[in-house]
Every structure is written in structure tokens, then in C-alpha cells.
Design a protein around this ligand. Structure first.
Ligand code: DLL
Length: 431
């Protein structure tokens, strides 16, 4: 099923001419109403799609400088809602929506969820946080638009999730991959059967995850797991999502125009090349974003998908450009470590990277936990048990082969790696 067949399967040429018309209107809207854009875009005309490349980028620091409402294009009285992303330091990034923006958000979320198998009448268990974070309410509104029944469970309180999932038996679950896995793992530890909950699909996102994580989630819940991407600055979840083909995420590119650039030079890269995703909102009223640098690393594919949708697709996000670690001259993303770790059955799918910058050279320690079955075979956890020593050697060898880097590997006691209730923190810095 396709939620909006006309929009989602429009031929490429038709799509591109709609994009150009909307881009022109968006540039006009932003320059007329936002002093920041008026100053920067004075005299810039957009008559062809390629002219997009002449517009300056908008960045996270621009949003921070204009905190809280400086980039809004409508008076506060015309806003229907405000969200914010927490930001690790300092003030949050504040975003706003008019009633029409919320309609666009519901529309793109409905497309995303239907592509994952959601249907009117389904019960949906939402394990994303509600509140200023866009995850909970984004899924909530989209599900209501489809005509689903929502269980707004929110994040945290894992025991409550177990109870609701077992007693209500929803068709679908939505949450961060790390929290969903924690729900499944802890349920299993208590004698429950997460793979017998009757779930038909899981929709996961808000943090980078790998194919290994997908396999772990599918095994845990006994249903397919779909990737949904988005960011508050652009709208929230629903910017892009996988369909049943699962060959990249369909970008709602009639609302959000994608480009991929070389993060160092800012030059646009050809389709298929990996770089930083830049998005321009085409229809957003309250907070138009022209060439927003997401920081997320991906590649674009314009070929039509075998599902029939014709939008541009993006590859699974590898991570944020600023999450890249440089260890003894080697660049690596936490997701590359995850890719290796999750091929090992004797490990649980939780891990942490500890970066020690106290010496002259940064050192990386990868902490992993043995799977419960292995600990049982060892008669309890003892780091010097030969089976665990062998496991450590195996993990270290695989990481060395995959990363081209020797990293310290530690097998830590079960349950020592913190479990996530929202976005997982994979990297801990020691300075
Ligand atoms: O995380 C919106 C969201 C909620 C998306 C629920 C999907 C599901 P922010 O808190 O503003 O918004 O964080 C956005 O999270 O720039 C990416 O770095 C990361 N991210 C989001 N989805 C994915 C994904 C929400 N599917 C930032 N894969 C983005 C990888 C993701 N990273």
C-alpha cells in the first residue's frame, strides 16, 4: 500500500518541476519574512534547480545564534506548536510549526509508516519520548492521520512497556533501536517472549544503527524492522523512510529537497557518492530552512525503487560527520565498530567506545558484554575464563581487520554497559 500514490509515484520530471516551483516560493517566503535570510540572499534569484547550489548554507550555529525564535517566518501567534532538540551542551535548538506545517508532518509520517506496513485500525505502541523531542508526537500524529490506534507509552519505564506489549498486543512498535532492543532483552530475561508478542513491524530511528542491529531487532521481536530518519530542524521524523524493498530510505522530496556535499569543501557531490546531507524545506512555513547542513553522512540514489515510489532515496545514515573519531590517524564512525560487533553471536548487541584523550595520542577502548548463554556455559562471569579470553582475542582480531586499527578490547561483566532509554550514548570521552 502507498499512502499518497500521486505524490509518491509522480514521474521524475513532474517531481522536479514541482520542486523548482516550491523552491522559488520557499526562497521568496524566507527572504520576505526572515531578516537573516533577507540579508544573506539579497539579489539571489532561483530560476533553475541548479541555482540552489548558489544559496549559502544554514547551520546549527545559525540556529543557536538566533535562539530562540530569530529564524521564524511567522509571528508566534501563528504557531501551532514548538519542539526542541535537547543538544548536549547549552541551549536547545528550538523549532516551530504552523497548523499547515503540522499537516505536512502528519502527511510525511503517514507515508513513512504505511511504507513500513502500518494500516488503518492497527494498534501502535510508541516508545519514543514525548515532549519537546519530536519522536513521540511525530509518530503519534502520523498514526492518527492513518487512522491507527495509538498507545502513547513514551520512553523510560521498561517494565511498563513489557506489560503494555504483552497485554495489548500491538501490531507495530516504534522507538529508538537501542531502547527497543533493551525492552526485548529485559523482557526475555524476565521469562517473557518478545518474539511472540504478535508484532508485525517495528519502526526505528533517531540514532545511527546498522544491518547487524536490524538483524538483532528482527530476531528479538520476530518481525521486520524499518528505518525512519528525520531531524527537528527540518520537521522531525518522516523526512525519509524505508519501504518493503529496504534499499535505501525514500525522501519526501516534494517537501524536503536533498543534496549531498563534500563536508570539507561544501561542493555538491554526484549521486551515489557519500557525503554530508543538506536539506532545503520546500513547504515549511514557520521555520523555512534553506540548505541546512544536517551533519549526517549518507549518499543519494535517484533511480526509481521497485516498490513504485519515485522519490530520491538515501542510504542508511552512517553517523554524524562530527561523531567521526580520529584514532592514531584512522577515521572511524561508531557505526563501523557496531557493524563488526553485531556479527558475533557471543556478544550482546550493546557496546561502548571509551576514548581516552589524557595522553598525547587518543586511545580507543571498545567495551562489550558476553551473551547470557556464553556466561552460563562459563558457569558465571570471570574475565579470565578461557572462553572469555578467546572471545576477547576474536573481537580484537575482527576489529583490527575491519578498521585497520588495533583497539583495546574489554569484555565487561553482564549489564555493565548502560542501556539506553532514548538515544544511545555510544562514545564516552575521557579527557
Ligand atoms: O531524532 C527525529 C526522529 C525521531 C527521527 C524519531 C526518527 C525517529 P533530532 O532529535 O533533532 O530528531 O535528531 C536528529 O538524529 O540529524 C541524525 O543524526 C539522527 N538520526 C535521526 N534518525 C536517524 C536514523 C530526531 N534513522 C538527528 N538513522 C539526525 C541515523 C538518525 N541517524
Amino acid at each position: 500500500m502507498i499512502w499518497n500514490r500521486d505524490a509518491e509515484t509522480a514521474p521524475r520530471a513532474e517531481r522536479e518541476s514541482l520542486q523548482l516551483r516550491r523552491l522559488q516560493a520557499a526562497v521568496e517566503w524566507a527572504t520576505d519574512r526572515v531578516p537573516f535570510y533577507r540579508e544573506r540572499l539579497a539579489g539571489t534569484a532561483v530560476s533553475r534547480r541548479e541555482d540552489l547550489r548558489r544559496l549559502p548554507f544554514t547551520t546549527k550555529p545559525d540556529l543557536r545564534d538566533q535562539y530562540p525564535f530569530g529564524l521564524f517566518a511567522v509571528p508566534l501567534s501563528e504557531l501551532a506548536r514548538i519542539h526542541a532538540s535537547s543538544g548536549t551542551r547549552g541551549k536547545p535548538t528550538v523549532v516551530g510549526y504552523t497548523a499547515a506545517d503540522l499537516d505536512v508532518w502528519r502527511e510525511v509520517m503517514a507515508r513513512a509508516m504505511v511504507a513500513a506496513g502500518a494500516r488503518p485500525g492497527d494498534l501502535l505502541h510508541i516508545a519514543f519520548g514525548y515532549g519537546l523531542f519530536t519522536g513521540g508526537l511525530g509518530f503519534h500524529d502520523g498514526a492518527e492521520r492513518i487512522g491507527m490506534t495509538v498507545v502513547p507509552a513514551s520512553s523510560g519505564n521498561t517494565a511498563r512497556h513489557h506489560l503494555l506489549l504483552q497485554d495489548f498486543r500491538p501490531a507495530g512498535i516504534a522507538g529508538t533501536p537501542s531502547f527497543a532492543l533493551h525492552i526485548a532483552e529485559s523482557l526475555r530475561e524476565q521469562g517473557g517472549k518478545p518474539d511472540a508478542l504478535g508484532l508485525r513491524y517495528g519502526m526505528f530511528g533517531a540514532e545511527p544503527w546498522t544491518e547487524g542491529m536490524r538483524a538483532a531487532l528482527e530476531r528479538a521481536f520476530g518481525c521486520p524492522a524499518f528505518d525512519i530518519y528525520g531531524l527537528s530542524e527540518i520537521i522531525g521524523p518522516g523526512v525519509a523512510a524505508e519501504c518493503e524493498a529496504r534499499e535505501g530510505l525514500h525522501i519526501a522530496d516534494d517537501h524536503f529537497l536533498p543534496e549531498v556535499i563534500d563536508p570539507a569543501s561544501g561542493e555538491a557531490l554526484p549521486d551515489g557518492r557519500e557525503g554530508e546531507l543538506v536539506l532545503t524545506t520546500l513547504t515549511k512555513r514557520a521555520l523555512p530552512m534553506l540548505r541546512y547542513r544536517t551533519g549526517d553522512v549518507t549518499a543519494l540514489d535517484l533511480a526509481p525503487c521497485r516498490c513504485g515510489r519515485t522519490s530520491a532515496r538515501m542510504a542508511r545514515v552512517k553517523g554524524r560527520a562530527d561523531d567521526m573519531l580520529i584514532i592514531r590517524g584512522v577515521n572511524l564512525y561508531p557505526s563501523e565498530v557496531e557493524r563488526t560487533l553485531l556479527t558475533l553471536e557471543d556478544l550482546v548487541p550493546h557496546y561502548q567506545l571509551v576514548v581516552d584523550r589524557t595522553g598525547t595520542l587518543a586511545r580507543l577502548e571498545v567495551q562489550v558484554e558476553p551473551a547470557p548463554a556464553l556466561v552460563e556455559r562459563c558457569g558465571g562471569f570471570a574475565a579470565d575464563h578461557p572462553a572469555l579470553v578467546a572471545l576477547r582475542t576474536e573481537v580484537a582480531g575482527r576489529l583490527r581487520a575491519a578498521l585497520g586499527l588495533t583497539v583495546e578490547t574489554s569484555i565487561v561483566a553482564p549489564r555493565t554497559i548502560p542501556r539506553s532509554e532514548g538515544k544511545a550514548v555510544r562514545v564516552v570521552e575521557r579527557r
